[in-house]
Ligand binder design. Structure first.
Ligand code: NAP
Length: 285
């Protein structure tokens, strides 16, 4: 079964949209998401455009702030601080990666935790690892929702996550652990990776290498979630980290690229923004 992230994302956004209608009446305004883009990287431009489009689709107020590549770290931090204190801003997202002269960690730390819709703030990360209430990072949250939608049992299963980045691999591994899977995190130094992955009931792949996971690496009947976004060196088309044609034959469920995790990440961003808005309104009332 191919799990359509596009379809599930549509359902999530529809639910957010109907909640936005209610909150507009109740609180007098819709949630407001601000996305900051530094520079002109085409991939980042396209991600930011997608986020703005989704925000408008669900009825949020959406602001995109474009800053030149030459903006200083200090100027960017000041901009974030002014958005932190703006009562009418509910979510702040700075599109990564940033130019080399800007310290990404400093930028993430400066975003007010209550407006951290990406779930990257150290306080949010710590809360996730301590099983405290937190904003879940969008991509891992989307992955868990895809597994649930496909009816994949997580508890008691062997899950292998390839990749240990702060934004995908580590948090999704923790979320699977919290759902009582037995989790192995594989990475570039893992010995005999096919042996490790071919024992996985659930295989999450977040590496960034086109069609890296081949048929021999997948257990019969496994659920395979492909997070990768790459260009196929052969035809230049968008492709994942998983060789879809080969692995589809063995997997019980599998996500496509495009149309899998990508749209789910954006839908979860909309959910997170609404959650941040509601938390603030409930605190103020
Ligand atoms: P990243 O920070 O570059 O991390 C890549 C991970 O893959 C690292 O942990 C690395 O291991 C591991 N790795 C690299 N080569 C490997 C190999 N040969 N065997 C085993 N592990 C290997 O990447 P990321 O930010 O997590 O992103 C991963 C992919 O997901 C990218 O294609 C990115 O574009 C995509 N992505 C998609 C979404 C979405 O919404 N669809 C969101 C975020 C990211 P080491 O730690 O040992 O170096």
């Amino acid at each position: 079964m191919v799990i359509s992230g596009t379809q599930l994302a549509k359902e999530i956004k529809e639910k957010v949209r109907s909640q936005v209608e209610e909150v507009k009446t109740k609180y007098g305004r819709p949630p407001h998401l601000v996305v900051i883009l530094v520079g002109e990287d085409p991939a980042s431009q396209s991600y930011v455009k997608g986020k703005g489009k989704d925000a408008e689709e669900v009825g949020f107020k959406s602001t995109t702030i474009l800053k030149p590549e030459t903006i200083s770290e200090g100027e960017l931090l000041e901009l974030i601080k002014s958005l932190n204190t703006d009562e009418e801003v509910d979510g702040i997202l700075v599109q990564l990666p940033l130019p080399k002269h800007i310290d990404e960690e400093k930028v993430i730390e400066t975003i007010d935790k209550s407006k951290d819709v990406d779930g990257f703030h150290p306080a949010n990360v710590a809360a996730l690892w301590q099983k405290m209430p937190c904003t879940y990072p969008c991509t891992p949250k989307g992955i868990i929702k895809l597994l649930d939608k496909a009816g994949v049992e997580i508890a008691g299963k062997k899950a292998v996550v390839i990749g240990r980045s702060n934004i995908v691999g580590l948090p999704v591994a923790k979320m699977l652990l919290d759902r009582n899977a037995t989790v192995t995190i594989a990475h570039s130094r893992t010995q005999d990776l096919p042996k490790v992955t071919s024992e996985a009931d659930i295989l999450i792949v977040a590496i960034g290498r086109p069609k890296f996971v081949t048929e021999d690496m997948v257990k019969d009947g496994a659920a395979v979630i492909d997070v990768g976004v790459n260009r196929d060196p052969g035809n230049g088309k968008l492709c994942g980290d998983v060789n879809f044609e080969e692995c589809e034959k063995k997997a019980s469920v599998i996500t496509p690229v495009p149309g899998g995790v990508g749209p789910m990440t954006r839908a979860c961003l909309m959910e997170n923004t609404l959650e941040c808005f509601l938390k603030k309104q409930n605190k103020n009332n």
